[in-house]
Write a protein that binds this ligand. Structure first.
Ligand code: SAM
Ligand code: SF4
Length: 322
């Protein structure tokens, strides 16, 4: 079992398989000029899997594949099948922008993927093109349908941004409700790579919009998750709100992050990370386990986003996987 110095049980590994992305979301990616980590610095799927195996043996029970955009890394289904075959009981999930999902949904299902979170910030093609800086909406909607056809458990992520998609909170909510998918509204988190002019909505502002139409009841926080669940009294639909400017989810945070280059990151906000790349390349599993324990020993108590003094993290979301 993996326990950090604050006594938190860590059983959730998020793996960013690439920092690259086919979108340039205003709240996530820097504008050009842009330099990616050279491809030769990435760990292969077999190398990443060497670490995943020990992580599972040490107590990891939940794994999420993310990015950048994970579906642009070739043979992702191979990586998923390695994990699923090693331990079919792992709660194995993917976060994607959905653009390539129509081509992949069936393969991912066959490989053993269980759940998919898809980012959908708008139902308007022009707003989607403005947010992602590319004409993306039709493909994303096709991807969502393909995932539904494969009977994946789906959650939709929306980041409401003032003046862009803030008028679509109810539209996205109804879109998800009709399709029996949970929507999670995510507060924009300040970071130095986002376009400077954008301004997100705070959780309380998002809730106000929903309260104008519905009566809502706070159910409580999903255990070990930053998401607070709410229920609409009129129809029973449940949605989530991710509010990182509060720290109440840090106290039972159960996650660590691994990047494609082999950096183990103890907290989304923090810059402290250690590399397992050399240990893995040398097949020194004991060393990799020692680094894992050291990273856990240095996992911070809480993140540093707060409503009063929103600091700006230098850790890019497209790099850590959000
Ligand atoms: N490319 C995939 C996607 O967009 O779903 C996976 C990676 S993305 C970094 C993971 C999640 O982080 C997405 O739901 C995205 O909306 C969210 N995200 C990115 N930048 C963010 C920010 N500045 N504040 C809040 N959420 C953000
Ligand atoms: Fe790419 Fe996801 Fe970041 Fe958008 S949020 S730029 S899709 S990594």
């Amino acid at each position: 079992m993996l326990i950090d110095k604050y006594g938190r049980k860590v059983n959730y590994l998020r793996i960013s398989v690439t920092e690259r992305c086919n979108f340039r979301c205003l709240y996530c990616m820097p504008e050009k000029p842009f330099s990616w980590e050279p491809k030769e610095n990435l760990l292969s799927f077999d190398e990443l899997f060497m670490f995943v195996k020990v992580a599972i043996d040490q107590g990891i029970t939940k794994i999420r594949i993310t990015g950048g955009e994970p579906l642009i890394r070739e043979d992702l289904d191979y990586f998923i099948s390695l994990i699923s075959n090693y331990n079919p009981n792992i709660d194995l999930a993917l976060t994607t922008n959905g653009y390539l999902l129509a081509n992949y949904a069936k393969k991912l299902k066959e490989a053993g993927l269980k759940r998919i979170n898809i980012s959908l910030d708008t139902l308007k093609p022009a707003v989607a093109a403005q947010l992602a800086q590319k004409n993306v909406l039709a493909n994303v909607l096709e991807g969502i349908e393909a995932a539904r056809e494969q009977n994946f458990k789906i959650k939709i992520n929306m980041v409401p941004i003032k003046g862009l998609n803030d008028g679509e909170i109810l539209d996205i909510l109804e879109f998800c409700r009709k399709r029996e998918m949970e929507v999670r509204f995510i507060e924009y988190m300040e970071n130095s790579y986002a376009k400077g002019t954008i301004e997100g909505m705070f959780g309380k502002e998002i809730l106000e919009v929903i309260k104008n139409k519905y009566t809502i009841k706070k159910i409580g926080r999903t255990p070990n998750s930053p998401s607070f669940k709410y229920k609409i009294i009129e129809n029973g639909y449940e949605f989530g709100l991710i509010d990182p400017h509060k720290h109440d989810f840090c106290e039972d945070c159960n996650r660590i992050r691994l990047t494609a280059e082999g950096h183990l990151i103890p907290c989304l906000y923090f810059d402290e990370a250690q590399s397992i790349a050399k240990a893995i390349k040398q097949k020194d599993i004991q060393k990799a386990v020692a680094i894992l324990h050291d990273v856990l020993a240095n996992k911070p108590k809480e993140n540093r986003w707060s409503e009063e003094e929103s600091e700006t993290s230098n850790r890019a979301f497209y790099y850590t996987g959000g």
